[in-house]
Design a protein around this ligand. Structure first.
Ligand code: DSN
Length: 436
């Protein structure tokens, strides 16, 4: 059957097909990426993309909201239930907008925010100097302890007393350890600041009860919906009732127009998926896999920030391997192992070519990979680093990784690599179209 996309726009169809083949035929270790279910994919590609729904359920600025109101209320209720929050706003287009909305809900432009330094694992929107979050607000950044690679709560408390920020942000994009949100709440309280917690990376682990939730200790919790939570790409805000109106006004009309209802519907589906014992088992396996990856790489002499992980990701310090992050990330990509180069705390190398690599296990765990496969991947990573200038070894690893991928299909995709012919050079041309 020829699809409408194939018929109308063969160029885009072909590129979608290639991306589907690429996603299926690589080991995806970018910790912020995942594979959504077919149900999430279906909602995301539905007619809800056609509908404008500015406002909130029962208070919209366009008519014809009989269905959208029901969908958004379902998404809100599901988010409130799984995060045990008083209020949920499921409209933010992304985590960045959600963070800006959280700040705008609580403080005025020009007041100060304090978040984790980008180079130590924080996010751009936690007040880093190239982000609008540091132009609209004054900002100061706290580091991690470069010796331990861990947050130093006493130091953060001292910085809070010295700078007196109006908001203290907890949460990270490249921090492998559990964050004590209760202490952050206390530090904020002690200096009369609000506490905003960004759990974009670990939301799935929080829902599964594996990491302590910041909901009781934060004024506003911000998250994306597509990392460990495994939903369509978007953002959300959770808060106590006292901040609900301010949060809603900051999202719409403060920063956004109409919500993307197709995304919002797909997020609602993912929130239902996350409210299951299967999801808890999935989240547990993410952490087991990350620990196995850390353990095996350390056996190969890799230096890991904080010497391990409590969550879904690891940060590798490559300095003892005498090779830069970008070169390794690119060689691994050629070997069908996709990760990202990353700064490490105290890095003196430039951010465009830092000394570290960031890797995570949410996506490979969705494919059903467990510790055995993770150890094989770690062995392959070591092989690439040890043979960084030997393209023939890199090609061998790529073949092995393609074979591994062929044994663990990606849910949600309609194209997978041909299992009978895992020849990496021709994989994109030689694929089997199969519904599963
Ligand atoms: N850029 C995302 C990440 O990869 O962690 C966060 O926004």
């Amino acid at each position: 059957m020829v699809s409408a996309l194939e018929q109308y726009d063969p160029q885009i169809f072909e590129l979608v097909r290639q991306e589907s083949a690429r996603e299926s035929s690589v080991i995806r270790l970018i910790p912020s990426e995942n594979y959504v279910s077919r149900a999430v994919m279906q909602a995301s590609g539905s007619c809800l993309t056609n509908k404008y729904a500015e406002g909130y359920p029962g208070k919209r600025y366009y008519e014809g909201q009989q269905v959208t109101d029901l969908i958004e209320r379902l998404a809100q209720e599901r988010a409130k239930k799984i995060f045990k929050a008083d209020h949920a706003n499921v409209q933010p287009y992304s985590g960045s907008v959600a963070n800006l909305a959280a700040y705008a809900a609580l403080i005025e432009p020009g007041e100060m925010i304090m978040g984790m330094s980008l180079t130590d694992g924080g996010h751009l929107t936690h007040g880093w100097n190239v982000s609008l979050s540091s132009r609209f607000f004054k900002s100061v950044s706290y580091p991690v302890n470069p010796e331990t690679g861990r947050l130093d709560y006493d130091h953060i408390a001292d910085m809070a007393k010295k700078h007196k920020p109006r908001i203290i942000i907890s949460g990270a994009t490249a921090y492998p350890r559990e964050i004590d949100f209760e202490i952050f709440g206390q530090i904020a309280k002690d200096v009369g600041a609000y506490h905003v917690s960004d759990i974009a990376h670990i939301a799935g682990l929080v829902v599964a009860g594996l990491h302590k939730s910041p909901v009781p200790y934060a004024d506003i919790v911000s998250s994306t919906t597509h990392k460990t939570l495994r939903g369509a790409r978007g953002g959300m805000l959770l808060c106590k009732t006292e901040h609900a109106d301010k949060v809603d006004r900051a999202v719409f009309p403060g920063l956004q127009g109409g919500p993307h209802m197709h995304t919002l519907s797909a997020i609602a589906v993912a929130l239902a998926e996350a409210d299951t014992p299967e999801f808890v088992a999935y989240a547990r396996q993410i952490v087991k896999n990350a620990k196995a990856l850390a353990r095996k790489l350390m056996e190969y002499g890799f230096k890991l920030m904080s010497d391990g992980t409590d969550n879904h990701l690891i940060l590798i310090d490559l300095r003892n391997k005498k090779v830069a992050g970008k070169k390794v990330a690119k060689a691994l990509d050629r070997a069908r192992i996709v990760c990202n180069y990353n700064t490490i705390p105290g890095d003196t190398a430039p951010p465009a070519n830092p000394s570290g690599l960031r890797m995570g296990t949410p996506a490979i765990t969705t494919r059903g990979m467990k510790e055995d496969q993770v150890e094989q991947i770690a062995t392959s990573i070591n092989k690439v680093v040890e043979n960084i200038d030997n393209e023939s070894v890199i090609e061998d690893v790529a073949r092995e990784m393609l074979l591994l991928c062929s044994q663990f299909p990606v849910p949600g995709h309609f194209i997978i690599p041909n299992q009978k012919n895992p020849d990496w050079m021709h994989a994109e041309d030689d694929i089997t179209q199969r519904l599963f």
